[in-house]
Design a protein around this ligand. Structure first.
Ligand SMILES: C[S@@+](CC[C@H](N)C(=O)[O-])C[C@H]1O[C@@H](n2cnc3c(N)ncnc32)[C@H](O)[C@@H]1O
Length: 334
């Protein structure tokens, strides 16, 4: 049966800018015994593309979502030991590679955010369009749920989450509504949250800017999964995992994510010499080379094929040399 129609991994998520990712990774993956880490395996679409395009490459696929890992592993089983799936958070990349006995890799790919699978599985609570328990954990086996956040955080902290992670103008009003509502009974369902958001957003603004609950749901998802903190640690750790000549490609879908990626790549691509030195010491020259001019976006063709690509911002860089000692972040003690 065609995987596109049987509910298998391939039919559940269309990889964004796949060919561009393959083109960017190609020079790094051309070496014998090349290894790539797909830090956001999802439904395995990008990984399958890599395994097909580069027949000698081995991929380590990380995902914190056990359901995604299971579906992708089934899809990628025909590639045998060229694919290894690991259940982990992507900031654990150093430990994952150490456990597998891999000292350095030639590529790292990160396709951030949620997968279509997660949005489509109504019961997981990611989508404002379906009534479901307020969960939103990418790894449903651990950590606080969206209900825990909404029922236990102080009002001002809920407002901060909505304002910062959702860029929600009416964060304070929505947070007030949440706290009033939970004084009667704890919130348990996504439909209750949607109702509170609707009441908190003035009618005049409700007519523009898409669904009024979109920003609130995005903000909560980021908070529940600690997404930005994990990304802050993961990008430098992924760069550290790259061999010289190795390449990192990151696809972000939201401005806060893209800013973290931009800063981490720019830090490596900029001289660390004080500006007043007459000659740049060799120790302070950049250790990364940017491969994209700013952030690349999807073109009209990609957009027509894959609506998810609408907000994508793609950045990539190549490692030129080892990170100099004075810029290395010490590893956390175990
Ligand atoms: C956009 S999807 C990736 C789709 C994939 N590129 C494909 O073509 O099928 C993002 C995936 O990354 C996972 N993810 C998000 N944040 C993560 C993190 N901090 N650590 C590990 N996995 C994460 C999600 O569970 C989700 O399955």
């Amino acid at each position: 049966m065609d995987e596109q129609t049987d509910g298998g991994a391939a039919g559940r998520h269309t990889p964004v800018l796949l060919q561009r990712c393959l083109d960017l990774l190609a020079p790094a993956l051309a070496v014998p015994d090349a290894v790539m880490v797909d830090s956001t395996l999802g439904m395995g679409g990008h990984t399958e593309g890599v395994l097909r395009a580069f027949e000698h490459v081995r991929v380590v696929g990380i995902d914190r979502d056990p359901q995604a890992l299971a579906l992708a592993s089934e899809r990628l089983a025909p590639f045998g030991d060229r694919f290894t799936g690991v259940h982990a958070v992507y900031d654990e990349i150093t430990d994952v590679l150490e456990d597998l006995g891999i000292p350095a890799v030639q590529g790292v790919l990160m396709d951030l955010g949620v997968s279509s699978l997660q949005l489509d599985e109504a019961e997981r609570g990611f989508a404002y369009a379906h009534d479901a328990p307020l969960d939103m954990r990418m790894d449903p086996t651990t950590g606080p749920t969206a209900a825990d956040v909404l029922n236990t955080y102080e009002e001002r902290d809920i407002a901060r989450v909505l304002r910062v992670y959702g860029e929600e103008r009416f964060a304070s009003r929505i947070a007030r509504g949440i706290v009033r509502r939970r004084e009667r009974a704890p919130l348990t369902r996504t439909s209750e949250l949607v109702e509170i958001v609707r009441a908190g957003v003035p009618a005049a603004t409700r007519r523009t800017g898409g669904h009024p609950a979109k920003r609130t749901f995005q903000a909560l998802r980021i908070e529940v999964n600690g997404e930005l903190a994990a990304l802050e640690r993961a990008v430098p750790a992924s760069i550290e995992a790259l061999a010289v000549g190795g390449r990192i490609v990151v696809e972000s879908y939201q401005s806060l994510e893209d800013r973290i990626v931009k800063r981490a790549l720019a830090a490596g691509a900029t001289s660390s010499a004080p500006p007043d030195l007459p000659v740049e010491p060799a120790t302070h020259t950049p250790y990364l080379r940017l491969l994209t001019r700013g952030a690349e976006e999807a073109d009209a063709e990609e957009l027509a094929r894959n609506p998810r690509s609408q907000s994508v911002r793609l950045r990539a860089a190549e490692r030129l040399r080892p990170t100099p000692d004075h810029l290395r972040t010490p590893r956390r003690a175990a």
